[in-house]
Design a protein around this ligand. Structure first.
Ligand SMILES: [Fe+2]
Length: 262
C-alpha cells in the first residue's frame, strides 16, 4: 500500500504533536503493509506557512528517526496545499508537488468553494500540474451536488477520498457521498489523511471493507496501483474502465436485488 495523504510530520500542523507519535504511526503503517507514504502537512497561507524549507527540515528529522528505529518504509515529501484566491500569484507551487511528480495534493474551503475555484484548477492544469483534490466527499458543494466531481474530473482534476469517510468517521452525509463517488467510478485514490490522534490506522480497514464487497483489484487500484504511479510520475487515467465496469456490474446487481423486492 502507498498512502498519499498523511499528517505525520511532527509538530508542523494539526497532525502529529511530536516525534514519538509520528514513529508510533509509522510502525502501525509498516505493520499493516504500507511500503511508501507521503508526508502532506497543511500549507495554508497565514495559518500553516509551511515553506519547502520547513517541510524539508521536518522530513529529515522524521526519516532520521525512522532509520534509527530500523523501519523498512519509504517516505516521500509532499504538502496539502489550501487553494485560496490569489494563491497562484503569491506562491511558486512547483515546490509543493508530491515527491518528484507533477501531482499536487490540494484542498479548499469545506463550507463553500471559492467563487473562482474552477479558474484556479484551470490555471494549475495549464501550468502542467496534476491536481488531486483531497477528500471531495467532505465539501458541502459536492455533498449537495455530486455531479460537480464529474465536472472536475473532466477538467483534469483527480479525486482522493479519505478511508475514514467510507466508515462514517465524518458523519452519514460524508459517508453517503464517498460511497456514491465510489459507485460512480469518480475516485482515483483512497488515503488515510491520518492526523495521528488515535491509535488506529484506518486505511487497511477501509480497504478490507471494499475487498469484502468488490473484487480485490478494485480497492488496490486506489490504495496501491494509482498511488505508486505518483512515485514514478506516470499518467493515471481520469476514467478507469475497470472501475466503471465494477460500478456498472454492482449497479446491475443491486438493481436485480431491488427488483426482487418490488
Ligand atoms: Fe489532510
Amino acid at each position: 500500500m502507498v498512502d498519499i495523504h498523511t499528517h505525520i510530520l511532527p509538530a508542523i500542523d494539526d497532525g502529529s504533536g511530536d516525534i514519538d507519535s509520528s514513529l508510533l504511526y509509522v510502525s502501525l503503517m509498516k505493520e499493516k503493509g504500507v511500503t511508501d507514504f507521503f508526508v502532506t502537512p497543511h500549507y495554508i497561507v497565514g495559518e500553516y506557512d509551511n515553506t519547502p524549507d520547513i517541510v524539508s527540515r521536518k522530513y529529515d528529522e522524521l526519516t532520521a528517526a525512522i532509520l534509527h528505529k530500523g523501519y523498512d518504509i519509504n517516505v516521500h515529501k509532499g504538502v496539502e496545499v489550501y487553494l485560496s484566491s490569489g494563491i497562484l500569484e503569491k506562491v511558486d507551487l512547483r515546490k509543493y508537488c508530491l515527491g518528484n511528480s507533477d501531482y499536487i495534493l490540494v484542498e479548499t474551503a469545506m463550507n463553500g468553494f471559492p467563487a473562482n475555484v474552477l479558474e484556479i484548477f484551470y490555471q494549475l492544469v495549464k501550468k502542467g500540474f496534476k491536481p488531486i483534490l483531497a477528500h471531495p466527499e467532505r465539501y458541502i458543494d459536492i455533498i449537495k451536488k455530486v455531479s460537480l466531481v464529474e465536472d472536475l474530473i473532466y477538467r483534469n482534476v483527480y479525486m482522493q477520498v479519505n478511508a475514514g469517510s467510507f466508515l462514517g468517521v465524518y458523519g452519514d452525509q460524508v459517508a453517503k457521498t464517498a460511497w456514491d463517488l465510489f459507485h460512480k467510478g469518480f475516485i482515483h485514490f483512497i488515503a488515510s489523511d491520518c492526523h495521528c490522534h488515535r491509535d488506529e490506522y484506518i486505511l487497511p480497514i477501509a480497504k478490507q471493507v471494499l475487498k469484502e464487497r468488490y473484487p480485490d483489484y478494485t480497492s488496490e487500484i486506489f490504495t496501491d496501483v494509482n498511488p505508486a504511479k505518483i512515485i514514478s510520475n506516470e499518467k493515471i487515467e481520469y476514467f478507469n474502465p475497470a472501475v466503471h465496469q465494477v460500478s456498472e456490474e454492482q449497479e446491475t446487481f443491486l438493481g436485480k436485488i431491488k427488483k426482487l423486492f418490488t
